[in-house]
Ligand binder design. Structure first.
Ligand SMILES: Cc1cc2nc3c(=O)[nH]c(=O)nc-3n(C[C@H](O)[C@H](O)[C@H](O)COP(=O)(O)O)c2cc1C
Length: 295
């Protein structure tokens, strides 16, 4: 258990991040944040969000035992029990409209874990990334396709380009403001396999791209305090869902990935693991003729 009493470390990292954001604006934001952290405005429990993130995805022996017992014996019962949870006296609705293209994509989506190996085109990966986070100038503000609490956009999308036409294999960061991708490191296949080695059902050879969602706590901590954590997790889910909608509209298969080696992942992405946290992933590939194995 990592206690977040080391406020000095946190405030140093906060300062670095805010200085990255830029000059006097960063400095004044830092002064404000430091006052808040050192003063009476922040109580011990106000750091719960950071404490949680620092311990997030840290798997202990008990978790592994839990997971194997759980998935082998209880999962099917919990799944099947959902049917009996509904009260029969509810008013029936009409079935959803298949002619609606968004509904149609949702109806046909299943998690796909096996891929043909056919690369995705540069146009398709562009369409997916820009489709999720395309920017729109409104007065002095810039908004994006996927909403964000307070318009702060604390989640950044990184991805491993495994089979993408015209892009070198490696890890990249998507930059919405300029609709561009920045190479972080080339030739990272082995590192990715190590980070996701517990995902035994997923084909880690033939996928096209593996998207990694990084939540930057500092971006919304100052405004939202502990609420920042839930906003970051919710917004990641929204980005992932929009990604899956666009990918499935292009007939690409996707699968969410909740668990990975977070620390090794953060090392690969060259993020600090204090303010910036790798919290979620989605893998995407071309479907096999049989649609790929579904679990
Ligand atoms: C939050 C979340 C985390 C998930 N994590 C994993 C994962 O780590 N590995 C995996 O193979 N599937 C993962 N899945 C996929 C689920 O197993 C899948 O959605 C579920 O079995 C329902 O099947 P469907 O997506 O085909 O409808 C995850 C899904 C969600 C929503």
């Amino acid at each position: 258990m990592i206690e977040m009493n080391e406020r000095v470390i946190f405030s140093r990292l906060l300062e670095e991040r805010l200085n990255d954001i830029g000059g006097s604006l960063g400095q004044s934001m830092f002064d404000g944040a430091l006052n808040v952290m050192e003063g009476n405005m922040v109580k011990e429990y106000d750091n719960l969000g950071m404490t949680y993130l620092l311990n997030y995805q840290t798997q202990r022996l008990a978790d592994y035992l839990n997971l194997s017992v759980y998935s082998q014996s209880y999962y099917p019962f919990i799944n099947m029990a959902q049917k009996y949870a509904d009260d029969a006296s509810g008013t029936s609705l009409k079935p959803c409209d298949e002619a609606n293209p968004v509904v149609n994509i949702l109806n046909n989506r299943r998690s796909i874990r096996e891929y043909s190996g056919t690369p995705v085109t540069f146009a398709d990966i562009s369409s997916i990334l820009n489709g999720i986070q395309n920017t729109h100038e409104v007065g002095e503000m810039t908004f994006r396709n996927t909403p964000s609490g307070g318009g702060l956009y604390p989640v950044t999308i990184y991805f491993h380009a495994n089979r993408i036409e015209d892009i070198d294999e490696g890890v990249y960061r998507y930059q919405p403001s300029t609709n561009s991708i920045l190479l972080i490191e080339k030739n990272t296949r082995d590192k990715i396999k190590e980070i996701y080695k517990n995902q035994l059902k997923i084909d880690l050879d033939n996928y096209c791209a593996l998207f990694m969602f990084v939540f930057d706590y500092v971006f919304c901590f100052q405004k939202y305090n502990n609420l920042a954590l839930s906003l970051g997790l919710i917004e990641t889910g929204m980005l992932a869902q929009n990604l899956e909608l666009i990918a499935n509209s292009l007939d690409l298969g996707t699968c969410d990935i909740g668990g990975c080696d977070k620390v090794k992942g953060e090392e690969l992405l060259k993020i600090d693991g204090m303010n910036q946290h790798l919290i979620y992933s989605v893998i995407m590939g071309s479907k096999k003729n049989n649609g790929g194995v579904q679990v």
